[in-house]
Design a protein around this ligand. Sequence first.
Ligand SMILES: O=C(O)[C@H](O)C(=O)CO
Ligand SMILES: [Mg+2]
Length: 252
Amino acid sequence: MKFSANLGFLWSDRPLPDAIRAAKAAGFDAVECHWPYAVPAAEVKAALDETGLPMLGLNTSRGNVAGGENGLSALPGRETDARAAIDEALAYASAVGASAVHVMAGFAREAEAHRTFTANLRYACAQAPEGVTLLIEPLNRHDAPGYFLQTTDQALVIIDEIGAPNLKLMFDCYHVGRTEGDIVTRLKDLLPVVGHIQFASVPDRAAPDRGEVNYAFVFDTIRRIGWDNPLGAEYKPGGPTDATLGWMAAYR
Ligand SMILES: O=C(O)[C@H](O)C(=O)CO
Ligand SMILES: [Mg+2]
């Protein structure tokens, strides 16, 4: 199995270039991040070149975080800000060679939110350069109550409606486990539209060696169905990241 270190959580106490180096030293095959924008892209690119690790993805900006925002693309009336965030993410992705951008929907319950989200996603799909995939990710209702995109069924409707080859699903086993369950069946059913897979223990969002989901079974199923891309370790270490990596040895 190949694994990608999600540097939004792993080694998040270090500057991003150092976190990339730590991921390399720990044996990860790739990295991904959340919101790298405070770090000059050239510094991130230099660390990626130095380590040889690919950057699999980054997120569009959340907007006004202090004001409670968690993404902009489904917010009616905020199209200008949402598209600026998409442009920013695509430019950063191009500068560091990242292969995906997660377009964050945000907290929205208005009737027009679906139409706003699909319009902004169409914009993103049209703007994305060759080799950059757009991802949408349902977030579980416990951690992100009121988030517009909550289930894989809802994401599938959106992906089908837009019908763009560069729009895919971020299948985060943690969120699916918390909201929907039946993780491996959902994954198999959705495989044609899956662009990236992430994981963490359920329900604690810790390393995958605990909790109610048997990740040995999940990873084995992923291997059997022929998914060969690195799986995103997006868990909260709750202390020094290096002390939480014992789970990896079983899959090498
Ligand atoms: O929280 C998650 O699972 C996402 O992957 C993310 O990037 C931020 O919401
Ligand atoms: Mg995730």
